[in-house]
Design a protein around this ligand. Sequence first.
Ligand SMILES: C[S@@+](CC[C@H](N)C(=O)[O-])C[C@H]1O[C@@H](n2cnc3c(N)ncnc32)[C@H](O)[C@@H]1O
Length: 215
Amino acid sequence: MADDATRAGQRNAPPAILDYVNRVHVPHDAGLARAFAGPEGIPAIQVGPSDGKLLGLLVRLVGATRVVEVGTLVGYSAIHMARALAPGGQLWSIEYEPRHAEVARANLAAAGVADRATVLVGAGRDVLPTLEAHAPFDVVFIDADKISYDHYGRWALDHLRPGGLVLGDNAYLFGELLDNTDRGRAMRGFHELVAARCDSVCAPTPEGLVIGIKR
Ligand SMILES: C[S@@+](CC[C@H](N)C(=O)[O-])C[C@H]1O[C@@H](n2cnc3c(N)ncnc32)[C@H](O)[C@@H]1O
């Protein structure tokens, strides 16, 4: 009989199985490999290959032409999403660290998506309002400072089209989601806001990925 973790779909497969399914379903070409490896000195905190591919599939499923990402790092998830855009589409990705943004721009160019992916440097809270002229958006993916998830979530829901997707990575908050901390409250606020205004789920990816379809 299945135990609770198995029933919840949250038992991690052994690394060899994860390597196998990533090789089969998410083969890395040179562009993805370069962004996944990242340069020395920049933390390797990008989404995993399956999560990146899932983001791309979601972008494709909604036929997205306008996508916003908060938290570029060096562009790995941005490449997955930019490649999945419908013709004429555009991704705006916001990154606080200028060095990360510089590497991301080079990676996006190497991956052949520089024409449809723009990296904007600054804090998400400051840069998001500058994108409002491009609203309504089809997808907003949140993967930056956890303390701001409720703020980013509210912005996303105010600027997505009905049927658009709000996505939030690290939604288990590294096991600290239920803690009585500012980050815990902000992340719970994000979950509850998305649940109230979307048809939503927290998909049991390794880090937890909130997926909400705006009503
Ligand atoms: C987890 S990484 C993003 C990974 C990326 N989405 C990927 O999967 O390839 C988080 C990034 O958010 C950036 N960041 C942190 N605080 C931020 C803020 N207030 N506004 C924008 N970016 C921020 C960090 O510098 C870091 O590069």
